[in-house]
Design a protein around this ligand. Structure first.
Ligand code: TYD
Length: 333
C-alpha cells in the first residue's frame, strides 16, 4: 500500500500548518488547500515547501470546482480552514458563515462524491458556550455565544448531518484554546507577546478574570491525528489539557518572560457576549491513547522565545490589513 493521501484545508494557518508538518514527517502525502486570507501564510510551511510529499494549492473550500478537482485518490480530508477570531466575527459576522458553514458543506459534498474514507472536521470548544464550572463532555448542548462560534456549530451540525444522511465517515474534534509558534497576532497570547516586546499596551477585556483551558499546538495536532486514525465514525472528540488560567495570569506570565512591567496593562471595554469560562472533558480521546505532553508554563516560555527570535515572521504582519483591523478593534491603545 502506498502512502496515505491527505487533503488538508487551511494548511497555511496556525494549527493547520503544524499539522501538515507532522503529517509530512509521518510520510503522508499532503495536498494543502489554503485561500491565503489575512491569516494564512505560506511562510508557515516554508520549511516543507520543496518536500515532494507536500503540494500547496491556493483556493477556497467553498469553491466546488477547486475542491472537486483535488479529491482524486484522497484517503482523508482534514478541514482546518475557518474564520476563527471572535472579535472579527463581532465586527463582521456574515463572512464567517460562508467559510465555516458553507465551505465545510462544499468540502464534504466533494469528499462524499469521491468516496473519501474519512472526514475530520476541526472545531472548537466555543461551540458549547460558557462553562461556568467543571467540564463538559461531547454530549453537552451547543450554546454558541458569538457569530464565530455559532458558525462553527453550524459546520459541526452539517458534518453530523452528512454522516447521518449520506453515511460520510465524519469525525469532529473540538479543541481548547491553542497556543504556540506561528499564531496570528490577533489572539490573546501572540498579541500580548508581540505588543510587550514592542513596549505597546496590552488591552485586557473587562476584569481579565475570564478562564480558558490552554493546549499547546503540538498536543492539539497529536489529538487530531489520534482522532483521524482511531476515532469512531460519527463521533465528536474534545481536545483539551488540564491547564486553566485567567487572562490576567497569562498577562503577568507574558510580562515576566518579556521582562516588561505592569504599566503596559490597559483595561479596555469587555468583549460583547464574552464567554467567562470554557472547560472540556477530553476523556473520550484519552481513552484512544492520546495525552497532552507540554506543560503550560514551559510551553508559554518557549512560545515567547519563538516570537522574540522570529520578528521577521510577525513584523510584516503587523502592518497593512492588520493595522486597519487593530485600529478598528482597539482604537489607538
Ligand atoms: P482569544 O485569543 O481571542 O481566544 P477566544 O476568544 O477564542 O477564547 O481570547 C482569549 C481570551 O483573552 C478571551 O477571554 C478574550 C481575551 N482577550 C483580551 O482580554 N484582550 C485581547 O486583546 C484579546 C485578543 C483577547
Amino acid at each position: 500500500m502506498g502512502a496515505i493521501k491527505l487533503l488538508v484545508s487551511g494548511g497555511c494557518g496556525f494549527i493547520g500548518s503544524q499539522f501538515v508538518r507532522t503529517a509530512v514527517a509521518r510520510d503522508a502525502q499532503v495536498v494543502n488547500l489554503d485561500k491565503l486570507t489575512y491569516s494564512g501564510n505560506p511562510e508557515n510551511v516554508a520549511d516543507i515547501a520543496d518536500n515532494p510529499n507536500h503540494t500547496f494549492v491556493q483556493g477556497d473550500i467553498s469553491d466546488p470546482e477547486i475542491v472537486d478537482g483535488l479529491m482524486d485518490g484522497v484517503d482523508a480530508v482534514i478541514n482546518f480552514a475557518a474564520e476563527s477570531h471572535v472579535d472579527r466575527s463581532i465586527l463582521d459576522p456574515t463572512g464567517f458563515i460562508t467559510t465555516d458553514v458553507l465551505g465545510t458543506a462544499v468540502l464534504m459534498q466533494a469528499a462524499h462524491k469521491h468516496g473519501v474514507s474519512r472526514f475530520v472536521q476541526v472545531s472548537t470548544d466555543e461551540v458549547y458556550g460558557p462553562v461556568p464550572e467543571g467540564e463538559v463532555d461531547e454530549n453537552a448542548a451547543l450554546r454558541p455565544s458569538s457569530p464565530y462560534s455559532a458558525s462553527k456549530a453550524g459546520g459541526d451540525l452539517q458534518a453530523l448531518a452528512f454522516a447521518t444522511t449520506f453515511g460520510l465517515d465524519v469525525v469532529i474534534t473540538r479543541g481548547a484554546n491553542t497556543y504556540g509558534p506561528r499564531q496570528y497576532p490577533e489572539k490573546l497570547i501572540p498579541l500580548f507577546v508581540t505588543n510587550a516586546l514592542d513596549r505597546l499596551g496590552l488591552p485586557i477585556y473587562g476584569d481579565g478574570q475570564q478562564v480558558r483551558n490552554w493546549i499547546h499546538v503540538d498536543d492539539h495536532c497529536a489529538g487530531i491525528w489520534t482522532a483521524l486514525e482511531k476515532g469512531e465514525s460519527g463521533r465528536v472528540y474534545n481536545i483539551a489539557g488540564d491547564q486553566y488560567a485567567t487572562n490576567m495570569e497569562i498577562t503577568r506570565l507574558i510580562l515576566e518572560h518579556t521582562e516588561r512591567g505592569e504599566d503596559l496593562i490597559r483595561h479596555v471595554s469587555d468583549r460583547p457576549g464574552h464567554d467567562r469560562r470554557y472547560g472540556l472533558d477530553a476523556s473520550r480521546l484519552k481513552a484512544l491513547g492520546w495525552d497532552p505532553e507540554v506543560e503550560f508554563a514551559h510551553g508559554l516560555e518557549e512560545t515567547v522565545t519563538w516570537y522574540r527570535e522570529n520578528r521577521s515572521w510577525w513584523e510584516p504582519i503587523k502592518s497593512g490589513e492588520y493595522r486597519r483591523y487593530y485600529e478598528r478593534q482597539y482604537g489607538t491603545t
